[in-house]
Design a protein. Structure first.
Length: 253
């Protein structure tokens, strides 16, 4: 026979467990952060309708901001107004590690980073996050750049042994790091949709956020192109898996 008192204690414990589970981050769903690099503003802007259809929020890391005309800047603002993030990808798209082989970091900051932040801010697009051109970075660079950005993003390649679901560093756990990595969607990276789906399953199961990157959304065979149908498949599978679409700024939120 169960005493009233022991039943009372059991129910009380259960209520407490549910309460803390509700507060815990563990309870939040997994997510996906799709990012784009370089300056394919027209091609990115052409994705608007599809992105809105999936209610997908993504991040565009822009390089060569000084070369963009007002028309392109207005397109970036339209993307920003849709809820996407406009990040920074270097003013001249320098390979930071190579640059620093012969020059001090202060010169890199003065040529590549600070004028770009100023220029973007002057046009009402202050960048909060940065992706490294060529994925080239070092602990010293990270330390300096994290004074100006909340997150810096590098790149990781899959290889014969380590495939998409096993590449631990492309899965973000809330609050665990500010140097983050993405894996490529473009043709040259040879990560097919089946494999990406396995990554989405991992993100969903472990409540992590999968970070990926692309360059030019285009149906052509170039190395740094991602077919639009492939992007759509990624959004479709992510939506089906009830993953949260994150920008880099909302990774921790
Ligand atoms: Zn780039």
């Amino acid at each position: 026979m169960i005493s009233i008192r022991s039943e009372f204690v059991r129910v009380k414990r259960k209520i407490r467990r549910c309460y803390y589970a509700g507060l815990s981050h563990e309870n939040k769903p997994g997510g996906i952060a799709v990012t784009f690099d370089d300056a394919f503003v027209d091609e990115w802007h052409a994705l608007r309708e599809m992105l809105n259809r999936y209610n997908a929020k993504v991040t565009f890391f822009v390089s060569h901001f000084n070369r963009l005309g007002q028309y392109s800047i207005d397109k970036l603002k339209a993307l920003r107004d849709d809820g996407h993030e406009i990040g920074f990808h270097g003013l001249k798209h320098l390979n930071a590690v190579k640059f620093m082989e012969s020059r001090p970091i202060e010169q890199y900051m003065n040529e590549e980073i600070l004028p770009g932040i100023e220029m973007m801010s002057g046009h009402g697009l202050p960048p909060r996050n940065f992706s490294y051109p060529y994925g080239a970075h070092s602990p010293e660079l990270d330390k300096h750049l994290l004074k100006h950005f909340d997150y810096v993003r590098g790149t990781l390649l899959t290889n014969v042994k380590t495939r998409f679901p096993d590449l631990d560093s492309i899965y973000y756990k809330r609050g665990d790091k500010r140097v983050i990595y993405g894996a490529g969607l473009d043709n040259s990276y040879r990560n097919d949709i089946y494999e990406i789906q396995q990554g989405l399953k991992r993100a969903s199961g472990k409540k992590e956020t999968l970070i990926v990157y692309a360059h030019e959304p285009a149906n052509k065979p170039g190395d740094y192109c991602t077919p639009i149908s492939k992007l759509e498949e990624v959004f479709r599978h992510a939506q089906k898996a009830e993953l949260r679409f994150c920008t880099i700024q909302t990774l921790g939120g």
